[in-house]
Design a protein around this ligand. Sequence first.
Ligand code: MSK
Length: 679
Amino acid sequence: MAEEAKEKVVKVAKEKKLADPVAASIDLATQIMIKRAQELGIDTVFDRAENMKPCNIGIQGTCCKVCAMGPCRLPLTKSAGDGPDERKGLCGATANTIAARNFARMVAAGTSAHSDHGRTVAEVFLSVARKESHDYKIKDPLRLLQIAPCFDVATTVEVDGQTVDREIDEIALEVAEKAIAEWGKPEGTLSYLKRAPQPLQDKWKKHGVEPRAIDREVVDIMHRTTMGVDQDYKNIVKQCTRASLADGWGGAMMATDLQDVMFGRPTPIQSEVNLGIMKQDHVNILIHGHEPVLSEMIVAASQSKEMIDHAKSVGAKGIQLGGICCTGNEILQRHGVPPAGTFLQQELAIITGACDAMVVDVQCVFQNLANVAKCFHTKLITTHPMAKMEQENVIHIEFDEHHAMEDAKRIVRMAIDNFKNRGAEVMIPKIKSTQIAGFGVESIEYHLGGTFRGSYYTLNDNIINGRIRGLGAVVGCNNARTQHNNFHITLVKELIKNDVLVLTTGCAGIACGMHGMLTPETAGVYCGPGLKEVCETVGIPPVLHLGSCVDNTRILLAATEMIKAGGPWKDLCDIPAVGAAPEWMSEKAIAIGQYVVSSGIYTIFGGYLPIDGAPEFRNYLFNEIEKLYGGRWDVAETPIEMAQKMIAQIDKKRKELGIDKARDRVLMDMADRQKLEAM
Ligand code: MSK
């Protein structure tokens, strides 16, 4: 550790206000480590949140920076609303235009992040299909066969009048070439739109929001929101919808599918979670970010005899991998690698003093990691060409799929060689929880349907008969402006108490694991009687962890399977299902929210949305948009308020379907089901 660097970091920290660890997080490990950081004089995001308050105009969404005549700031004052809204920027832009443009740019940024991740995966898949990179394989040919028709790629061929299966390699190459074209094809609409229920596709067509090429929709937003272009907030929202659909039913969905093809689809797997997964006597390597292409190789490298022997040769008992954020979820769901923590715990993981290397790729990586790493022996390694850090202590090892295993071994070896450099300041909180993660479209079908009656109808049936009141997707990040994990966990407990089956991804999923929500035993402790009965009968947790942020698309596809299985619902907007991002913070969350709303699902965010300074635009997103797609935005300030709004929406849908009376557990016979299906 460079003493001079540490002194500088410590001096800065001492001059500032400190967070109250208990007020900052509901997680004991996090509280212990915030305190530890403060004792060592190292500032963390929790302390920084005490010292910098958000801009009051920025949070209203009405600060315009798109030209150099501004920034023009249009705060909503108390007297606004008493008369006509005369606020305008130098060019005359209204609060609605400014807030809509800012919102649209968040959708563009979020869409580009998920979709560029998808592009990287598609490029690696193309190199695999072309046999140019040998470290990856097609691990899940069934997933490949499943998605091939979405790209109009035939899986069989006629030979001498007979239908025979095409070679997998041949299908892979054609799928890869067609997939990569989705980012820039010059005409037509996205191939994957056909995965949505037909009524939803019809709505998108009717309203003219079917995405064309993915890149085009992002560029379109950036163009129309430059100075002096689109000045109709409804037309800007229309493009938000088009771009967000290019994310949810395009780039993000392809990322998930192609990852499944190359790395295998996840299946439920037991693991642990929280900072306590790190081991004092092991080499600890933490993998952080979003793209699993390199981390898959690091998992394989760290399990090789060569690396384990090397770790033992330096005095360690083995190698402990851990994840942070969504890369962590990717390697959790496929390999059972335990997450060390959520987004807000990334600095704390280094402050344990036991992190021999933290390997980061893209998204959600704090630049302050470099300052924290300076105070310890930790090697901080960036791996992506578009995500470097300016600090001199950061090592850049650029990942290349053509020599992926070589890169991975180099990184693992570097971590092992660093084991001996640990200082005396090691403190790993002995706190971790057991969890089951790795659910997906097929495993939900299997667990709720069984081997012989594998179908979504069992789930449908339990919703119709009221044992399960509805579905609640609780996803997204942490945000240092709210108590870490509190919104997630209070909300989830309230939902399952009211018989709402929860589906989770991202840091919300990690939070649920940390707080014991992801085991089958959870059902007996926290669930209402109906959900408890279902979970205990089939042995699933009442909260199903479906992976990373791009895997929110698994939730869309699971809901689509419910429609295919038959029931009173014909479109996603009919299902008693709601979405929530209680502790959101990222532009990606806005893109996700918009595609979920545009897919017909009520979506509620915690805290605020940066649109409050433009009440008309806000009203459009919160109410009017529902008439187009069936979904709408909402916000809640507390988890209980959020739960009440979500449950009210579920009950509203149940009433519309005529299944609101079924909650007294009347067993449905075939005649009853047919009656409902006919409605
Ligand atoms: S976005 S869910 S902070 S990783 Fe995946 Fe980042 Fe977590 Fe949001």
